[in-house]
Design a protein around this ligand. Sequence first.
Ligand code: C5P
Length: 236
Amino acid sequence: MSRSIYLALDFPNWERADQFIKTNRLHGVPVKVGMELFYREGPRVIEQLKENNHPIFLDLKLHDIPTTVMRAMKNIAQLGVDYVNVHAFGGGEMIQRAKEGLVSASNQPPNLLAVTMLTSLDQEAMNQELLLQGSVEDNVLHFAQLAKNNGADGVVCSVHEAKQIKKLCGPSFQTVTPGIRLENSTKDDQKRIATPAFARENGADILVIGRSITRAIDPYEAYMQAIKEWENGNES
Ligand code: C5P
C-alpha cells in the first residue's frame, strides 16, 4: 500500500463507501473524505475509517472568520485525521488561527493544507468575477506563499503547478494534487489532468484519485495500476 495515493471516497453515504472498499479489497488504503460523505455521516464516518486503519484526509475546505475556523479546527483535530484543509483565500490570519486550533487540541495535529485556487475557476472568472489580476499561475503561487508564511504544511494544487510551488516554498512544503487520470481512462469533467507518472516527475508529494478508480471496471486493478505508475514512472 502506498501512503501517497488518497482515494477520494465521493459516495453519498457510509454504506456505499464501505461496500466499495470491501468489494474491491481496498482495506486500509489512504482515503479522502469530502463534504458529501461527511455532511451525511458526521464524525462517525471518520471513527469507522480509523477503526479500519485508513489514513485520512478530511477535505472540508474551511473558509470563515479566523476565530470560527480556529474553534472548528480544535474539534477537527480531535478526530485524529492526517490532513485537513482551508481555502487560502480566507487570508493569512485565518490560516494562522487554523494551525493554532489544530496544534492546541492535539499532540499529533493533522497536517494543514491550503487550497490555492479552485480548478473550476479559469483565468476569465478569476479576472472578471473575483477581480484578481494576473494569470492563474501567478495567483496560485501567491496563495502558496501566503499559506507557507502563515504556517500551512502544504497546498492542494494542480500537478502543473507543483514544481513551481516547490521551488518557491521549499522541498518540505507538501503538494497534494487532484486531477489525476490513469493512462487509459477518460477525462470526465477535469480539464487539466495528469497521469501519476507525470505527477511524480513534476514534484507532487501526494495524489488524490477519485473516478479513475471508483468508476473503473476493476477498481482494485486501477488502484494497483495507479501505484505502479506512481512508483515506476512511465516504464511500468
Ligand atoms: O474523481 P476525481 O479524481 O476527478 O476527483 C478527485 C477529488 O479531488 C474529488 O473529491 C474532488 O472534490 C477533489 N478536488 C479537489 N480540488 C480540486 C479538484 C478536485 O479537492 N482542485
